[in-house]
Design a protein around this ligand. Structure first.
Ligand code: PBG
Length: 330
């Protein structure tokens, strides 16, 4: 007598009987070229500085960033997303270090380009929070509010200096209205039509960014709720998506990844451009912390988290584990 009564043929477990069978019917696979490595580089240091809330991740010196880029390329990783951290005391209200052609991010882009050339897609964070003394992603008006349009002017300039340094892709992450359009125009104006834009389309105001704030030595007090999205919303992301595509986004991103897989799936269904997801600092820290306590199998948890993000619709994933995981997958 079958457990299925009149459907004796239906036994899904048949396709799970062996590793070979499971491999054959797997619907999702991770590949090194799915992965993008976010990396921090700090000005004026000669040794890397560990980030305590992200064990295994460091603020690189210029030298060790080059090495990390070469290792990522060697492991088959798709790209590197570089975040610059200016020297202590160099932050100001306008974030001028972000538009200085000799600022740390611009210098690091040149370094990485010299090291790996076109072997890796070189990407840069395009945002002011690493450079402002108040820690916001934009410049402030007289009332202390983030001034959207004044910020756009700063972003246009940032895009141009990053492109001049040789970046392949800029990643505007500040969630200002109109940022993609303004950046596209700024790039085209200086003949950088080939530099593409990975738009942070759906970026939520998330508690899981906590460890990142240490990574970039952020001085933010308060929050980013007037420009980043409310975790309660999903339709709003489709609106942001439509605007980013109209403004010329080449690729779009959902961030964070793990707690927003529904958003990722909806965005991926709605578009015909590549979709990225950013597995952020807090997602990294949670798995590392539980593993350190012996509460979870670290490597399996990492692979499962990444697989879930890919299954939900990501074509590429930004993850601090990119190089390590790429080596596992080879
Ligand atoms: C803003 C930016 C942030 C992250 C990437 N770009 C922080 C924020 O919005 O507060 C977070 C990445 C992470 O947490 O891993 N420039």
């Amino acid at each position: 007598m079958s457990v299925y009564g009149s459907f004796p043929g239906a036994r899904p477990r048949r396709l799970r009987v062996s590793p070979a069978m499971r491999r054959m019917v797997a619907e999702t696979r991770l590949h090194p070229a799915d992965l993008i490595l976010p990396a921090f580089v700090k000005e004026g240091i000669s040794e890397p500085v560990p980030i305590s809330a992200m064990p295994g991740v460091v603020q690189h010196s210029r030298d060790t960033l080059r090495k990390a880029a070469a290792e990522a390329a060697g492991a088959g990783v798709a790209g590197i997303m570089i975040f610059g951290v200016p020297e202590d005391g160099k932050k100001d209200a306008l974030g001028t270090a972000g538009t200085d052609p000799d600022g740390i991010l611009q210098v690091a882009i040149r370094d990485v380009k010299a090291e790996v050339g076109d072997e890796l897609v070189i990407m840069s964070d395009l945002c002011l929070d690493e450079y402002t003394d108040h820690g916001h992603c934009g410049v402030l008006d007289a009332g202390g509010r983030v001034d959207n349009d004044a910020t756009l002017e700063r972003y246009a300039e940032m895009a141009q200096v990053q492109a001049d340094a040789g970046v392949h892709v800029v990643g505007p992450s500040g969630m200002m209205d109109g940022q993609v359009g303004v950046i596209r125009e700024a790039l085209d104006t200086i003949g950088k039509e080939d530099v593409s834009i990975l738009a942070y389309t759906a970026k939520y105001s998330s508690a899981f960014y906590g460890p990142f704030r240490e990574a970039v030595a952020s001085s933010l007090t308060g929050d980013r709720k007037t420009y980043q999205q409310d975790p309660a919303n999903v339709r709003e992301s489709l609106r942001e998506l439509a605007l980013d595509l109209q403004e010329g986004a080449d690729m779009v991103m959902v961030k964070p990844a793990g707690p927003y897989l529904d958003v990722l799936a909806k965005v991926a269904e709605a578009v015909d451009v590549p979709v990225s997801a950013y597995q952020i600092s807090g997602e990294y820290a949670m798995i590392e912390a539980a593993a350190e306590k012996g509460w979870i199998d670290r490597d399996k948890a990492i692979l499962e988290a990444l697989l879930g993000i890919k299954r939900a619709g990501a074509s590429t994933i930004l993850t601090y584990w990119a190089t390590e995981v790429a080596r596992w997958l080879r």
